[in-house]
Write a protein that binds this ligand. Structure first.
Ligand code: ARG
Ligand code: ZN
Length: 856
């Protein structure tokens, strides 16, 4: 039976032993890698009575154990599935352990495994225990010296954390390389890579004059795709110096791109390992979104060097300490490198479409979880994205200067330590002489809070009174939160901004008064999306139109158009005979005509999607919602075909010029295409966009549109695409993702045959996410097929995958467990699949935890 016993934050205890120093020698072999670990072990002085050492370990063969050079006999220790227990240990000693591991058989991709021809490692959260027996917890921090031995021809590069201290050739064609990392670190930041790569080298001089070698390792033949990532790294280093006054601290920074990776990337000290998807890009094969994401992830991992590595987490419940803060930092970096408003709006779209659903679902947890079965299940949108929103609120409350003062204090206090979210809040509070105790409730509340607003204007006294109240989200009751509410008061006639600022809502209900307002203003609330809440503030179409055209705040201008759309879609949903009102036609036309940035316009005409609308409505019948979305889109197209076509053409023409704004124009062009392809007459245009595309953004958008509407040209260009890109792994991932989205009644046969496609493999997470993930997340029509076939297909794949890679299986299960927004029939069909999965023999803790939460 799988052990699903949770660990609780409240049970945290300091480690009895520490391991200040570790020397590792790793002799790499596909199936028999020998790991020798020699550790200095020290007992905590206030725990003299405790002489039993319990080390974590998983899935490996124990070869020998020595204490101070003396071999232990088998009666001096016990080995179980998850641990090695050594009885009667001295207070201080050298512990040497040899283990044997099998990287080739490691399909879970945790610990040391093979990606293509290379060895690589992934230790966060608890992968180090698959390499050797250790105190695998982040509050045990050590100085590492790592020696790697491997065949020299096959593995010319042997990499680990820190600085290279020795290199020599050995007999039998082997060689040895040693690395020393001068910084204390938890074992989750340990990394090892061995392989044959192409290397891109560059350098960066920090502002205090340190020379840093920058090395980017990619699969042979991919060097031409490495330049953008290198530039992104240099930009990240410069940005962190300018904005946070933080410099890099080693003489070398290495990034390795691998094809087999469970997540995006990993911030191992001095040796980041990346999913190749977040490194490799060139114009022809990568989209504008790919470039954006590469820069963001390179930045994210780089920024971890201070927020995560130099100051780390005491325990895994504190994960948001490093992740929420580092996401905030990468979002600010992206905002500075691109258009601020556009970046912010995209952050909010992710949060509202996906984090809100998680926060309302069976796995809902605070940004600092209190109860965990499988830690890998908590690398969530809540910990990362909502965590970042919490940091952003702090930034709003303290201002940039106060925020930076707090960060300085946090780092000064805790450099080299493993700390808690409370330590972070305390540093921010003390540095600014503020009481943040109410604010800190954000770390323990569950669910998305609602803020209700109600405004009355009194002509006589020329005053506006704004009543705000808050109710907790799906979670438990809790005392009122401190919620910063950005606002802007607009002159209804001229659109001029009369007042703007931030209100602090700290009570269950509060009234804010505004005096001396000559006329009743239009109110934009929650400007900049100042808090991760749902706002309930009914506004007239006229008010929304005023905000849409006149607010200073870009988020509010966009949000006003989205409110109009959401309201309208809700009407289509409720009444199948509903048709587009003139006011909406006009509003849509106004957006199309407006003289605004193309990237912004693209966002304004992009409708709220299926996931976001599911959050907005109740007891959703999926097919009915899809029909409403489709009809609304069709009506918008019919009402504005001419304008959409002309913008589409203008963008195309301007793209041939030498435009800096190219990515914005492409976004706008493709947003128009999304509508226009709804008319079969546009098929020819789609084909020419596909054929004339000079970059992936345009090419894939054409193919995607053809798949979305199953246009006559689809099969043709689909095959051409596969033919053209068959050798490019990352582009083939895009191709698989599109196959899963085709709007075609034969989709299930299609999916089935794709599973046996020569280029499909259940062992490659990117491929699996492309095919299985894209079906479950981006093909709502067939995923929610009334027959239940979509759910069944997903459940079948999860059952297979759970045996291969539980972490990936667990990420894909979201579509089955987050049914709370749907009607009862859907929920019971989903439960049926979950109940079937629950009976799996040897079910992983990863999916086991989620299924039992969903069925509870
Ligand atoms: N710390 C990494 C990042 O945020 C994520 C790695 C998590 N890996 C995992 N297997 N849970 O960049
Ligand atoms: Zn991170």
């Amino acid at each position: 039976m799988t052990d699903l016993t949770p660990m609780y934050l409240r049970d945290y205890q300091e480690s009895v032993y520490q391991i200040p120093k570790v020397d590792l020698t790793i002799e790499l072999d596909d199936e028999r890698t020998l790991v020798r670990s020699s550790m200095t072990v020290e007992r905590n002085t206030n725990r003299v009575e405790q002489d039993v050492l319990v080390l974590d370990g998983h899935d490996m063969e124990l070869v020998t154990i020595h204490i101070d050079g003396v071999l232990l006999s088998t009666d001096q220790y016990q080995v179980s599935q998850e641990s090695l227990i050594i009885n009667h240990c001295p207070g201080n000693f050298v512990l040497t352990i040899e283990t044997m591991i099998n990287p080739k058989a490691n399909t879970a991709l945790e610990g040391i495994y093979k990606s293509g021809g290379a060895f690589c490692s992934q230790c966060e959260a608890e992968g180090f225990r698959r390499i050797t027996y250790f105190l695998d917890r982040p509050d045990v921090m050590s100085i590492y010296t790592t020696t790697i031995i491997a065949d020299k021809d096959k593995y010319p590069f042997l990499l680990s954390n820190g600085n290279c201290i020795e290199r020599k050739d050995l007999e039998h064609g082997k060689h040895l390389v040693s690395w020393h990392d001068p910084f204390h670190k938890p074992c989750y930041l340990f990394a090892l890579v061995a392989g044959d790569f192409d290397l891109l080298e560059d350098a960066f001089t920090t502002k205090s004059g340190r020379n840093v070698d920058l090395q980017l390792f990619v699969d042979k033949g991919n060097l031409f795709k490495a330049h953008y990532a290198m530039q992104a790294l240099k930009d990240s280093m410069a940005w962190d110096e300018q904005v946070f006054d933080l410099e890099y601290d080693l003489d070398i920074y290495m990034i390795v791109a691998v094809d087999f990776f469970n997540m995006g990337a990993m911030e191992n000290k001095g040796l980041n390992v990346f999913n190749s998807k977040y490194v490799l890009a060139d114009e022809r094969s990568a989209t504008d979104d790919d470039f954006f994401n590469i820069q963001a992830v390179i930045g994210h991992e780089y920024f971890h060097n201070w927020t995560g590595n130099r100051v780390t987490c005491r325990d895994w419940f504190q994960l948001s300490l490093k992740e929420g803060l580092t996401v905030f930092r990468d979002q600010q970096f992206s905002a500075d490198m691109h258009q601020k408003d556009v970046t912010r709006i995209n952050n909010v779209r992710v949060l509202r479409a996906h984090q809100f659903a998680e926060d309302a679902g069976p796995m809902a947890h605070p940004i600092r979880p209190e109860k965990v079965v499988e830690m890998n299940n908590f690398y969530t949108l809540t910990v990362y994205e909502k965590g970042s929103e919490v940091i952003r609120m702090l930034h709003t409350l303290l201002g940039e200067t106060g925020f930076q003062r707090g960060i300085k204090e946090y780092i000064a206090r805790h450099d080299g330590q493993a700390v808690t979210c409370d330590d972070f809040i305390n540093a921010m509070a003390d540095a600014n002489d503020r009481d943040l105790s109410q604010f800190s409730l954000w770390y323990s509340q569950v669910g998305t809070p609602q803020v209700h607003a109600n405004a009355t204007y009194d002509l006589q006294s020329k005053s506006l009174s704004l009543r705000l109240s808050q109710t907790p989200g799906a979670g438990q009751q809790h005392p009122p939160l401190l919620i910063p509410i950005g606002f802007e008061l607009l002159n209804p006639k001229t659109g001029e901004t009369m007042r703007q600022g931030v209100l602090s809502l700290s009570d269950a209900a509060q009234t804010f008064e505004f005096e001396e307002l000559a006329l009743q203003p239009v109110i934009a609330l929650l400007t900049g999306f100042s808090a991760p809440v749902k706002l309930d503030f009914p506004q007239s179409n006229d008010d929304l139109l005023r905000i849409m055209t006149s607010a200073n705040d870009g988020f509010s201008r966009w949000e006003a158009s989205q409110s109009l759309f959401r309201q309208c879609i809700a009407n289509y949903y409720k009444d199948t005979g509903y048709r587009l009102p003139d006011s909406l036609q006009q509003a849509f036309a106004n957006i199309l005509d407006a003289d605004i940035e193309p990237a912004f316009k693209a966002l304004q005409i992009t409708l709220p999607g299926f996931a976001e609308m599911t959050e907005f409505l109740q007891d959703v019948e999926p097919q009915r919602l899809l029909a409403a979305l489709e009809q609304f889109e069709q009506d918008l197209l019919n009402s504005q075909t001419a304008k959409l076509t002309s913008i589409y053409q203008q963008c195309t023409e301007r793209l041939f010029g030498d435009s800096e704004q190219a990515s914005g124009l492409r976004a706008l062009k493709n947003a128009c295409l999304h509508y226009l392809a709804g008319d079969e007459d546009f098929d020819g245009e789609v084909v020419s966009q596909f054929r004339q595309a000079r970059n992936m953004t345009e090419q894939i958008a054409a193919l995607n549109a053809a798949a979305q509407y199953n246009l006559p040209s689809f099969e043709n260009i689909n095959n051409a695409f596969a033919e053209q890109w068959q050798e490019d792994t990352l582009v083939m991932d895009k191709w698989f993702a599109i196959q899963a989205k085709v709007q075609d009644g034969n989709i299930f046969e299609r999916l089935q045959s794709l599973l046996s496609h020569p280029k499909f493999s259940m062992e490659n997470p990117n491929r699996v996410r492309s095919l299985v993930g894209s079906f479950a997340n981006s093909n709502p029509k067939y995923f929610h097929d009334p027959s239940g076939k979509g759910y069944e297909w997903l459940a079948t794949q999860i059952a297979i995958l759970d045996k291969i890679n539980p972490q990936v299986a667990s990420r894909l299960i979201t579509g089955l467990i987050q049914g709370q927004g749907f009607c009862q029939e859907v929920q019971s069909r989903l439960r049926k699949q979950l109940a079937g999965l629950q009976k799996l023999e040897n079910i992983s803790a990863d999916i086991g935890e989620k299924i039992s939460a969903a069925l509870a």
